[in-house]
Design a protein around this ligand. Structure first.
Ligand code: GLY
Length: 383
């Protein structure tokens, strides 16, 4: 990947600031599994809430702090980062016992922790945990509809036939399991799910649905939902970035051209919507006011665009330029590099329809670090 000298200087400067901050924060937060911050201080998801199995230890984002630590370990070789990451990995064991809090997001939880550990250290316990998580994910496959079911039973609506775009990030756990064991069952499921998503989520303009409901008995497509976006049929930006990077991942694991073509179609839509400022709204179809943003969509999409540029070489240079534009907007306008607070990105949003926006979210920070390391060619590929 060719970057000009000015961009390389920017990258070196921002990566240094980012790593200096993570070095300090990792020490302060080493006993925690953070999701967000309150008054600048990381919260901690390392608890079991007997009344809400989705919260606490089973929360879907609990792999990202560990993942950040493995990226730092990979870059610096400092053992203390591996020690912090392993603490998260061991703490998550309890969720296997709890079982009910686990859902399709086991990939988000164990790829950046146990699989990362196994990739780097060949730790047998990490391999066992990773295969356990992969087997749980495979068990969610609906063979008639050829999709992986999202979420678990919900008293408010029947979601037995729901699939969501986010799951494109979980299926690399299945590709990994087949690559590791030589048993193709896992990757068959991953490919079938990705194909269903390609055919039912991706619209003709390259944007993606968030939720598609299938009849769980016949597999017939029933309807779409806007989910965490502005409205049914709109383009929730984090969903677009899950789709973009997600199809890149499926291509990397299968070398199936249709997944690369889909990734490019989604990427072309995404870059066509990036505003002049480079700051990413929560939904590309949201009204002008309130001008709510989601920095997580910015950093995830940047990672996907960089990977795509790496695959395409000179042909993908436009994607690289957009990734840098998006990351520069974050580093110049939306990053807090001070030592006093525990998070980097300031303008993350979980969904369009929520009371508060513009707070910190751990995976926004994780993908910011991953994107910078990717630009340097020094990331640990986790997915
Ligand atoms: N995977 C859930 C989200 O992106 O909010």
């Amino acid at each position: 990947m060719k970057m000009n000298e000015k961009d390389q200087q920017w990258l070196d400067d921002i990566l240094l600031k980012t790593m200096n901050k993570i070095a300090i924060v990792s020490e302060r937060s080493k006993e925690k599994i953070p999701y967000t911050t309150s008054d600048g201080v990381h919260d901690d998801k390392a608890y079991v809430d007997p009344n809400n199995v989705w919260q606490g230890l089973s929360f879907w984002t609990n792999g990202f702090f560990g993942g950040m630590m493995w990226q730092m370990y990979h870059k610096t070789g400092e053992q203390r980062y591996a020690d912090i990451a392993k603490k998260t990995e061991v703490a998550l064991d309890e969720t296997f016992e709890l079982f009910y809090g686990l859902h399709h997001d086991v990939g988000f939880m164990w790829l950046p922790t146990a699989v990362a550990n196994y990739r780097l250290t060949k730790d047998e316990d990490a391999k066992r945990r990773s295969l356990h998580a992969a087997t749980l994910l495979a068990g969610r496959f609906n063979p008639v509809g050829k999709f992986i079911r999202a979420w678990n039973d919900n008293p408010d609506h029947d979601n037995r036939g729901w699939a969501i775009i986010d799951c494109m990030f979980n299926i690399p756990l299945l590709y990994w399991a087949s690559e590791e064991t030589g048993d193709p069952r896992y990757s068959h499921i991953a490919k079938m799910h990705a194909t269903t998503v390609m055919n039912n989520f991706i619209r003709s303009n390259g944007s993606s649905e968030h939720i598609v409901e299938f009849d769980p008995f016949t597999g017939e497509k029933v309807r779409i939902y806007g989910g965490q976006g502005y409205a049914d049929g709109s383009a929730w930006t984090r969903g677009q970035s899950w789709a973009l990077y997600g199809f890149v991942m499926s291509y990397k694991h299968t070398l199936d051209q249709c997944f690369l073509d889909t990734a490019m179609k989604v990427a072309d839509y995404f870059v066509s919507q990036v505003p002049e400022s480079g700051l990413i709204p929560v939904d590309f179809d949201q009204p002008a006011e309130p001008a709510v943003e989601d920095s997580t969509a910015a950093t995830i999409s940047a990672c996907g665009l960089i990977e795509l540029a790496k695959i395409l070489g000179d042909e993908g240079h436009n994607y690289l330029e957009y990734a840098i534009k998006i990351l520069k907007a974050q580093s110049e306008l939306r990053c807090d590099f001070s030592d006093e607070t525990d998070s980097l990105l300031t303008h993350c949003s979980a969904r369009y329809h929520e009371e508060s926006h513009h707070y910190s979210i751990i995976y926004g920070d994780y993908y910011f670090l991953e994107a910078l390391l990717k630009l340097k060619g020094e990331d640990l590929y986790l997915w």
